[in-house]
Design a protein around this ligand. Structure first.
Ligand code: SF4
Length: 359
């Protein structure tokens, strides 16, 4: 039923959505009861799902309830938050510690995991060992915007499955190819998307937009292609999609038969991105910035814009500026060669605001 399809369920109840999408996918019918099943939500930061940043815990609870009723009991939840936050904290803040207790499902902090060097057709990448040891991987992203990659959904959510050192390397050497390569090596058995109220502009949330949509699919490229259209983006705005197609990860060919609605939509609307993210990006000169660092800077510039403070013409950020002598201003320890910079790895938004206000 799922091949070349995206199942859509419209509604406000993540728990119900998790159960219905699992049932409708039918994918579990070929799984063994002894399989170790891993759920990989998006807990990139320690913020509740209502912020638009993270996967609703009730969605995962619905998925777990369904699996346990069917007789699958070897289930874990695995995640590695971004560099700059701690997964352990995200598990607590986002409600996953409670789920772990209620359903007796262990939490695996991938920031503390060992990793294995894996070979893709374009290079070698380290992936967390616990992810590689799973028999089944259910990828559970949030549909939301992203300042550096345009959007984040199925393909990019797997970035939480690699060590922090590797996340930094991805940003340093080029995020787009690395995301495509990661998906060539690591495939999900099922993708269940939480598009209830993701933030259309920022990965770290703060500006949730209610879409009341949950989706299931096997093909991460197909899902991300549709996700682009929901965000008002072209696939060319998200370069890792084309790179993933080139590697044979999936297909970006949406057709009239792709979408299969399981119920009627409740006032479905498109999650159009605001012009805010684009306006802020125009003030940033970025070379290989880590997500958390870039996010701190965008949050700071957003705050300054809301307070009607003048924005600097350009702020430099990222690992590509390491050891470079610049006039500044710069953000993060990588910019220590600037005449003046905000220290931190990553710095906090308030530190950046204070610094820029006093420049
Ligand atoms: S200072 Fe450099 S290494 Fe540290 S978070 Fe920022 S970009 Fe990454």
């Amino acid at each position: 039923m799922l091949k070349n399809k995206i199942l859509c369920w419209y509604g406000k109840d993540p728990f119900e959505a998790g159960q219905i999408l699992m049932e409708s996918s039918g994918i579990w019918e070929n799984w063994s009861f002894s399989d170790h099943i891993g759920l990989k939500p998006n807990l990139v930061v320690s913020k509740k799902a209502s912020s638009g940043a993270t996967t609703h815990p009730e969605f995962c609870a619905g998925i777990i309830t369904f699996l346990q009723k069917k007789g699958f009991h070897n289930i874990s939840i695995l995640e590695g938050s971004w560099v700059g936050d701690r997964t352990e904290r995200a598990f607590k803040v986002c409600g996953y510690s409670d789920i772990s207790k209620k359903y007796s499902v262990p939490l695996v902090d991938l920031q503390q995991d060992t990793s294995v060097l894996c070979e893709g057709s374009k290079g070698e990448y380290r992936i967390c060992q616990s992810i590689l040891e799973l028999d089944r991987l259910i990828n559970i992203p949030v549909l939301k915007g992203h300042c550096q990659t345009g959007m984040t959904c199925a393909l990019k959510n797997l970035k939480g499955c690699i060590p922090d050192s590797e996340k930094k390397r991805y940003h340093r050497e080029g995020l787009f190819q690395a995301i495509a390569d990661l998906n060539e090596i690591l495939q999900s058995d099922l993708i269940l998307v939480d598009a209830l109220e993701g933030d259309p502009d920022f990965e770290e949330g703060g500006n949730p937009f209610t879409l009341n949509l949950f989706m299931a699919a096997l093909d991460p490229v197909l899902l991300d292609t549709y996700a682009c259209s929901l965000l008002g983006l072209k696939t060319s705005d998200v370069p890792y999609i084309k790179k993933a197609v080139a590697l044979g990860v999936g297909s970006s060919a949406l057709s009239a038969d792709t979408l299969h609605a399981l119920n009627k939509g409740e006032g479905l609307d498109n999650l159009q991105q605001s012009s805010l993210a684009a306006a802020i990006s125009g003030h940033i000169n970025e070379k290989g910035a880590c997500s958390a660092c870039f996010s701190s800077l965008t949050q700071a510039l957003k705050q300054m814009q809301e307070e009607r403070l003048p924005l600097p013409e350009t702020v430099c950020i990222g690992q590509g500026f390491k050891k470079k002598t610049l006039d500044g201003p710069g953000v993060g320890d990588c910019l220590s060669g600037c005449s003046s910079f905000v220290p931190g790895c990553p710095p906090e938004p308030y530190q950046i605001v204070n610094y820029l206000k006093n420049k």
